[in-house]
Design a protein around this ligand. Structure first.
Ligand code: PMP
Length: 429
């Protein structure tokens, strides 16, 4: 007879990280293939860069030496060739010359998507019990990263201009008065077309966030983590300066951006622009995780940037998403305008329309609306997933609607089905 297998003893870190809502959403999508998903965060399939990637691969593999170099392991911080290209791209976005940025290429670190930088930033800056200030709502996977290191999120309400910086200051004052400032390590902001709300942070608030981080950096530096994942997906409205740009000392803001949305999530390359004294801690941690993101993908992306095909591709992607954004907004007007208490944000970029229903209509996975929507053949992301902190204080009447994956017709049909479900719930049928 074999001895019984003893139970697993999982780590505290696993307890922190369990119960990811994303798994439930994926399961729903797989179990209900007929459902139109306005939930999935995938990108538009038709505008993925097949030709650009083919050209880059052909060129990369045409030369044996260059090909061997790309097929070999790279370095933890990433290929110098791509980091130089990124310095140029970043300077262009900042409206400065590379020399005027006040950083060296060594301060640019390449990561496996910007998600890895979010995770590493939490690992190197936050101990269990430390505080990160986030806006409500915010990117729900980052809420999971905070949980994963045992940090405490404090939610700062947001309005149509993003995180309310007066409320941010009040929160910092209260923490200081309570003798808790030593626990505050980080302020997180998705500064362009936020996932989930689509809101772009107002310029004066960008500046104020940096000022507040400096003002309350007393015994230690409070850092700002600027997540600019959607920066290049701009369809109209002005090009906003980054939060990073207001950090004259280049010491407080960790900036991260990704090629997942503007090029391809399958290539999964992101980058960080880091304060000089954070480069080593981030690379130390990344060394433990993977000691370098896929080197071949980095060289491939460098080819695409060098050839100029990247810029034209981003223009195409923006044109495709602009049409889809417009289709979703048109469908929202067509099917939801006459529903009292229903409102939505008109985003100038990104992938999401954020819709609010009357306060008593709940949208969560276990709500009647979610079940009715799935029965009608449509799915969305419940807004409550995007609020960190205590569950009691979270609004339950919002939805994140993605226009990334569906075509224009699917978007209209999905919105019509969703309106049918909302109407049923509102009329008590
Ligand atoms: N930040 C935000 C706000 C996002 O929405 C996402 C992807 N959904 C990421 C970061 C991470 O994307 P990636 O790791 O592919 O760069």
């Amino acid at each position: 007879m074999t001895a019984p297998v003893p139970p697993l003893q999982l780590s505290q870190r696993w307890h922190y990280a369990k119960e990811q809502a994303i798994s439930f959403l994926m399961q729903q999508a797989v179990e209900n293939p007929q459902v139109i998903s306005l939930a999935a965060g995938l990108v538009d399939a038709d505008s993925l860069p097949v030709a650009e990637t083919r050209h880059a691969c052909e060129r990369l593999l045409a030369d044996d030496l260059a090909a061997r170099n790309a097929l070999q392991y790279g370095t933890t911080a990433g290929a110098v060739r791509l980091r130089r290209q990124i310095l140029n791209l970043f300077a262009e976005l900042e409206g400065r010359s590379p020399a005027d940025l006040g950083i060296t290429p060594e301060q640019i670190v390449l990561t496996t998507g910007s998600q890895q930088l979010l995770s590493i930033a939490c690992e190197v800056l936050l101990d269990p019990g430390d505080i990160c200030l986030v806006s409500g709502p915010t990117y729900f996977v980052f809420c999971g990263n905070l949980n994963g290191v045992g940090a405490e999120p404090i939610v700062i309400p947001a309005d149509e201009h993003g995180m309310d910086t007066d409320k941010l200051e009040s929160a910092l004052q209260i923490l200081e008065q309570a003798g808790q400032l030593s626990r505050v390590k980080l302020i997180y902001s998705v500064s362009y077309y936020e996932n989930p709300s689509g809101i772009c942070l107002a310029d004066e608030r960008r500046k104020r966030i940096v000022e507040l981080a400096r003002k309350y950096s007393k015994s230690h530096r409070i850092c700002v983590l600027e997540d600019a994942a959607y920066r290049e997906l701009r369809y109209d409205g002005p090009a906003h300066p980054s939060i990073w740009g207001y950090d004259a000392t280049r010491s407080s803001v960790l900036y991260t951006q990704t090629f997942s949305k503007s090029f391809s999530p399958g290539v999964r390359i992101g980058f960080a622009v880091l304060p000089a004294d954070l480069v080593k801690p981030v690379c130390d941690r990344k060394g433990n995780e993977d000691f370098g993101s896929p080197n071949f993908n980095q060289h491939l992306l460098a080819m695409v940037l060098e050839s100029g095909e990247y810029r034209s591709h981003v223009d195409q992607v923006c044109a495709a998403y602009r049409a889809k954004r417009d289709a979703m907004l048109a469908a929202a007007s067509e099917f939801f305008s006459d529903l009292e208490g229903v409102s939505w944000v008109r985003p100038h970029g990104g992938l999401y329309v954020w819709m609010s229903l009357p306060a008593h209509i709940h949208t969560g996975f276990s709500s009647e609306l979610f079940r009715t929507a799935v029965a009608e053949g449509v799915m969305y992301v419940p807004g409550e997933l995007s609020y960190a902190g205590p569950r009691e204080s979270v609004p339950r009447n919002q939805m994140r609607l993605s226009f990334g994956v569906q075509g224009v017709d699917g978007i209209r049909e999905g919105m019509q089905r969703l309106a049918r479900a909302v109407r049923k719930i509102m009329s008590g049928r």
